[in-house]
Design a protein around this ligand. Structure first.
Ligand code: NAP
Length: 288
């Protein structure tokens, strides 16, 4: 990207491409950065705004796919699906027994949603079907009407952590959410609880998570994202009570088609001087 950008007016980039001040400085003609993803922590929006460059993302079209994956991790962690598959594949299934591979019930358990935005709400809709008690934490509480309609209860972060049987993380990665879940927060969780992260790795202090899992202070973790992606913290892969996915939250054929179409739509609008449908800094640029 660095080598090719100097004469380009538009950039359609992946969430793995850091678009920082240094890259922007090499692109004097750039009008728009269209991110292929909803999370935009790879882009320095302030630097782009200072240079008059539009920034867009692809919200909404990947909500259901990512929520499905979060729910898949809830179910798979609770019922030890991956661990049991490894066991069976390894030729260890000899006979049925009443106490064999006991898991944790999903029905009736408390799901804590950290970040009740588009994806968090879609997870809540799915969890309703499993008769879960659904609690959430945001900086901004939803309206009483929205809470009633969705069947969700607001809690402060500490109480959310304390009460959740399954904690599912859906906040964006920002300076404020970096290590939002660290050793102190993990210690507030029940030792029988599971942590599910399909948001961004650095929201969780991965070393602290490893420590909690190794010490049995947490029942398990289902992770799609990592603090230093694609690297895993040493020791994580050796644990039986973790499921480790390679950042595939939105990876379905249908969703990737929609993301591509939206990213291109945003890009073309920016190149043609129109307001892109998913502009992240148009307000600031208009105000400037
Ligand atoms: P969204 O609609 O913007 O929702 C984010 C929610 O987080 C909002 O409800 C927001 O509410 C809350 N939040 C933000 N900062 C917070 C804080 N400091 N403390 C507590 N809550 C906070 O975003 P979305 O579309 O649901 O996507 C969420 C994230 O999922 C994306 O940013 C992306 O990183 C990740 N993602 C991952 C994959 C994957 O492949 N694994 C796929 C898609 C998305 P308040 O502003 O009121 O706090």
């Amino acid at each position: 990207v660095r080598a090719a950008i100097s004469d380009k007016e538009g950039l359609l980039c992946m969430i793995t491409d850091p678009v920082d001040e240094a890259l922007l400085a090499r692109a004097p003609q750039l009008k728009i950065v269209s991110n292929f993803g909803v999370g935009f922590n790879n882009i320095d929006i302030d630097a782009a705004t200072r240079k008059g460059v539009l920034v867009t993302n692809t919200p909404g079209v990947l909500t259901d796919a990512t929520a499905d994956l979060a729910m898949a991790l809830v179910l798979a962690m609770g019922r030890r699906v991956v661990e049991a598959d490894r066991h069976t594949r390894g030729g260890h299934f000899k006979f049925w027994a009443p106490f064999y591979f006991l898991g944790n019930e999903i029905t009736g358990k408390t799901l804590g949603i950290l970040g009740m935005g588009r994806i968090g709400a879609a997870v809540a809709r799915r969890a309703t079907g499993f008769d879960m008690t659904i609690t959430y934490h945001n900086r901004t509480r939803l309206s009483a009407e929205a809470e009633r309609e969705m069947g969700v209860r607001y809690l402060d972060l500490e109480t959310l952590l304390h009460q959740s049987d399954y904690l599912s993380i859906h906040v964006p990665l920002t300076p404020e959410t970096h290590h939002l879940i660290g050793a102190r927060e993990l210690a507030l969780m029940k030792p029988t609880a599971f942590l599910i992260n399909t948001a961004r790795g650095p929201v969780v202090d991965e070393l602290a998570l490893l420590g909690a899992l190794q010490a049995g202070r947490l029942a398990g973790a289902g992770l799609d994202v990592y603090e230093n992606e694609p690297q895993l913290t040493d020791g994580l892969a050796a644990l039986n009570n973790v499921i480790l996915l390679p950042h595939v939250g939105s990876a379905t054929v249908e969703t990737r088609r929609r993301m591509a179409a939206l990213a291109v739509e945003n890009l073309l609008a920016g190149l043609e001087g129109r307001t892109p449908p998913n502009c992240l800094n148009c307000q600031q640029l208009k105000g400037a």
